[in-house]
Write a protein that binds this ligand. Structure first.
Ligand code: SF4
Length: 384
């Protein structure tokens, strides 16, 4: 029994597959994916975008492979990046085989869409030969005709049936290294489809609310859809689909996981909305601070609170706390305890210094623990 059982999430048991060197499913951490929006055939631009996604924390990146130029470009892209690459294939089975040969770690392909049984066998053979996993990606907007006729409209049952039909084709080819997604732009439909699929199989699930919208609306929709599923223990990897740059998708994905305590990466800033009691400009301070701390990957919590109403209480639970005080004299907390006061100094500069020092300390402890094989400190243990 944990100390705070109301925070516990019991993840659905799922089989574990590998996407390159990244495990998905089983007891592996929930991974964050995104997708490039450069022309894949433009290898230099695609590599640059993937690297930006890596810096933002992406575990896995997907690229579209609509033509042979794209799969050819994969040969140049894969060796230049560290994250495993998923090749997004729609109907052309040859692109799947080329992508496997070119170093893709995973193929996003629906085997029911690529034609004959022989073509499926060829794709599976290539996946096995080159160590690729697959993702079956069902989308409410492109359900098979026979299922739309059977069910009348896209519904959770039709989506699950579609997913299981594709899964059966791979199983019949003795291939089980795949994950499944059942995405819809409607949050209710996506969530219900995932819930039903979670009951129907033990394959790892790739979560997503598709075509979710721009940064703000899409973040809210995704947080509700993906967040409610994760909270219920469903989901092994996720992609937040936004009409925004892929790095933003990665940041939102991590923020969803951080909110549910499922992953810890970088600084989790706890800040108040501010009001007439604030003793400094909370909104501007947090805006600049989040930006200045975006390079920190060490898991850490920082509270930035406008006044003593909530400041000391929030600081108690954080690595570094900051509370606005009267006459421009603010209170700094370290590890929940009052440490020193700050007056006539730039708040952001001071907090950045403290966070960087704390991050260095945690990383050093982690490295020392790894070297000696000894016990990690609690802080070091909080890493992903
Ligand atoms: S902590 Fe203080 S400044 Fe912030 S919202 Fe509450 S009362 Fe206002």
């Amino acid at each position: 029994m944990s100390v705070r059982p109301y925070r516990d999430i019991y993840r659905r048991p799922s089989r574990r597959i590998m996407v390159g060197e990244v495990p998905v499913g089983g007891d592996a951490p929930v991974t964050v994916q995104t997708m490039t929006n450069t022309l894949t055939a433009d290898a230099a631009a695609t590599i640059a975008q993937i690297r930006r996604c890596e810096i933002a924390g992406a575990d896995i990146v997907r690229v579209s492979c609509p033509d042979a130029e794209s799969t050819e470009a994969l040969r140049h892209i894969v060796p230049e990046v560290t994250v495993p690459i998923v090749a997004d294939i729609h109907f052309h089975y040859k692109r799947a085989i080329e992508a496997a040969e070119a170093g893709a770690a995973c193929l996003r392909i629906n085997p029911g869409n690529i034609g004959s049984a022989e073509r499926v066998r060829e794709v599976v053979r290539a996946a096995k030969d080159y160590g690729c996993s697959m993702r079956i990606g069902v989308n409410a907007g492109s359900l098979e005709k026979h299922l739309l006729e059977k069910y009348g409209e896209p519904c959770p049952e039709a989506m699950v049936e579609s997913a299981l039909e594709h899964a059966r084709i791979l199983e019949d080819n003795d291939f089980r290294e795949f994950k499944i997604s059942v995405k819809a732009s409607d949050v209710f439909l996506a969530a219900a489809a995932y819930q039903q699929l979670a009951e129907a199989c033990d394959y790892p699930l790739h979560l997503g609310v598709t075509e979710a919208g721009g940064l703000r609306a899409g973040t809210i929709k995704s947080s509700l859809g993906i967040g409610s599923l994760l909270w219920a223990g469903i989901g092994d990897t996720l992609r937040v689909s936004l009409s925004a740059e892929p790095e933003e998708e990665v940041r939102v994905g991590f923020d969803i996981l951080k909110s549910l305590n499922l992953r810890h990466r970088g600084v989790n800033v706890i800040s108040c909305p501010s009001c007439a009691r604030q003793q400094f400009d909370v909104i501007e301070t947090v805006k600049v601070l989040e930006d200045r701390l975006s390079h920190i990957t060490t898991p850490m919590t920082v509270s930035v609170i406008g006044c003593v109403v909530n400041g000391p209480g929030e600081a108690r639970e954080t690595d570094i706390g900051f509370t606005g005080g009267g006459k421009g004299t603010h209170q700094v907390y370290i590890a929940g305890q009052p440490a020193h006061r700050l007056k006539d100094r730039d708040i952001v500069d001071h907090l950045v210094e403290l966070v960087e020092a704390k991050a260095a300390e945690i990383e050093a402890e982690k490295a020392a623990a790894e070297e000696t094989g000894g016990p990690k400190t609690q802080a070091a243990d909080a890493a992903e």
